[in-house]
Design a protein around this ligand. Structure first.
Ligand SMILES: [Zn+2]
Length: 67
């Protein structure tokens, strides 16, 4: 789910900034902000958690990335 590389320059040196959480209806939106350390571009990734815990297919990816 989370990007592992910059969509602008393709480098993998990203800073994860503080995510923004929103409640929209019964959905929890988590907006992740990433800053590329190489080219300086900032981009967002929106993760929609529908009814919490129902769709957790991405858990493994979260544990694997972002050491
Ligand atoms: Zn970049």
């Amino acid at each position: 789910m989370e990007p592992s590389f910059c969509p602008y320059c393709g480098e993998e040196h990203l800073d994860e900034l503080d995510p923004t959480e929103l409640m929209v209806d019964n959905q929890k939106w988590i907006i992740y902000h990433y800053e590329c350390k190489v080219c300086g571009e900032i981009f967002d990734k929106i993760y929609i958690d529908e009814e919490y815990g129902d769709m957790e297919d991405d858990e493994d990816d979260e544990n694997r990335l972002w050491s």
